[in-house]
Design a binder for this molecule. Structure first.
Ligand code: FMN
Length: 424
């Protein structure tokens, strides 16, 4: 399981013979879903090259406190703000002494002082250095300040001696680090969400679209990140900023949305909140259409049904649809559930009925009626952010339920229609 999905780890590497192990550590942290940035002390540079750690982390390695290239010239503050946790592995005896003394005369110690986040050290040194009263006192000082010590372990050492002081094994360090974070209901899962409207072009300057703001889909993306998921957000044109830690894929048309979704399948959970245009102009004029006749007819054809087609192609993906209805909400939502073979439908009122329930396109509140094969629940009017969190918890619960009962479930998709005949 990717226990560190979305987590930002700032890895400090100091001048120990165990510094070569930091290369494997970075690889394994990324494999566990984390993003990693590295700070090296000048001592560490004698043991392993910044180039190696840069290539493995996918980020430039930070080395200098007094760095004019850092944004606003305050790299230590920027890095401390960026990280969820700082881990120093290996941590040398000298580094422990500097940290215990509250020094801030190199980048790594300065970041440790500036960070208001968990700080963990994996000491690595000769057993006599570790047992020396100075190091013992420093370790005590550090733990009394809430700094975590992972290890050291006991065993054979690079110097040929045996005893305590070996850096803890990489696997164990990853477990220790993951234990710092709460496990979310979707930790390690990949969730793909569609949001916003689509735009179907009429000519180079005009299009067919709808009033969807994308707010609900974006709120669900943020809630899924909070729950520990890796989130891909495929979004039509909206005026919203990309949520933090989400892979945002921008599209315009239904066809582009379909391609973007299916090229990223399979995922664990697919939540289709986008208000995809049902019809698109049969022909897109190459040049701007001139104003001429009193009445102009626009021939439209059906767009692909992204949710139905994706579920039919990837039946193993737990799929949640959205239904916006002006009447017979429950009956229509249940019909959609069965027709498209979905695991869940989240239905909400639109139009006049929505005004009565307090939520509509573009508003910051909404209410949902959640429906699944053998149950349903009302999620009452709340801010879209709060509603999204509640929805994600229900989805996670039913996803787990499906997994327990055996997945994929029977796929009862019936006769999917291809884009049909134009309607005038
Ligand atoms: C070959 C060699 C190996 C070393 N290994 C360690 C080590 O494992 N642990 C340690 O605390 N110091 C070790 N040292 C000493 C540190 O490199 C030295 O104290 C240095 O100043 C640490 O600087 P830094 O903490 O800023 O990286 C070693 C020195 C040499 C020459």
């Amino acid at each position: 399981m990717q226990r560190l999905t979305n987590k930002r780890i700032l890895l400090g590497v100091t001048g120990s013979i165990a510094a070569y192990k930091s290369a494997e550590l970075i690889r394994r942290l990324r494999g566990a879903g984390a993003e990693v940035q590295v700070i090296m002390t000048h001592g560490a540079e004698a043991f392993i090259t910044p180039l190696t750690l840069q290539a493995l982390s996918g980020h430039p390695v930070h080395q200098n406190l007094l760095d004019t290239k850092a944004e606003a010239g305050m790299g230590h503050i920027e890095l401390a703000r960026w990280a969820d946790v700082i881990m120093i592995a290996p941590a040398s005896a000298d580094f422990m002494a500097r940290l215990a003394a509250g020094r801030a005369d190199d980048l790594l110690t300065a970041v440790c002082l500036a960070g208001d986040i968990p700080l963990a050290l994996a000491p690595a040194m000769n057993n006599r250095m570790w047992r020396d009263k100075a190091t013992v006192d420093n370790a005590k000082k550090l733990t009394s300040r809430g700094i975590l010590l992972f290890g050291p372990d006991s065993g054979e050492q690079a110097c040929g001696e045996t005893g305590p002081g070996r850096m803890r094994e990489v696997d164990l360090l990853i477990n220790d680090l993951a234990d710092i974070f709460q496990v979310g209901s979707l930790t390690g899962k990949t969730v793909l969400i569609t949001a916003g409207p689509t735009r179907e072009p009429i000519d180079p300057v005009r299009f067919v679209s709808n009033h969807s703001s994308g707010k609900m889909g974006y709120a669900i993306a943020s809630a899924a990140v909070e729950a520990g998921a890796k989130v891909i957000l495929v979004s039509g044109p909206v005026a919203l900023a990309a949520p933090d830690r989400v892979e945002l894929v921008k599209v315009e048309t239904a066809e582009q949305m379909l391609q973007a979704v299916q090229s990223r399948m399979p995922v664990d959970i697919f939540i289709a909140t986008a208000a995809v245009a049902d019809y698109r102009p049969v022909q897109v004029a190459k040049d701007k259409i001139k104003k001429q006749d009193e009445i102009m007819a626009l021939a439209l054809e059906k767009t692909p049904d992204i949710l139905a087609e994706t579920k039919a192609r990837f039946p193993e993906v737990f799929s949640v649809g959205f239904a916006a209805e002006t009447h017979d909400l429950e009956a229509h939502a249940r019909g959609k559930l069965i027709k498209k073979g979905l695991e869940m439908v989240a239905a909400n009122w639109v139009g006049e009925a929505a005004a009565a329930s307090g939520g509509t396109f573009g508003s910051d509140t909404n209410a949902l009626h959640l429906i699944w094969a053998d149950g349903q629940i009302e999620l009452p009017l709340a801010s879209k952010a709060r509603l999204a969190r509640s929805l994600i918890e229900h989805i996670a619960h039913h996803y787990d339920d499906c997994q327990r009962k055996g997945f994929p479930k029977t796929n009862n998709v019936v006769n999917l229609k291809k884009p049909g005949k134009p309607v005038a």
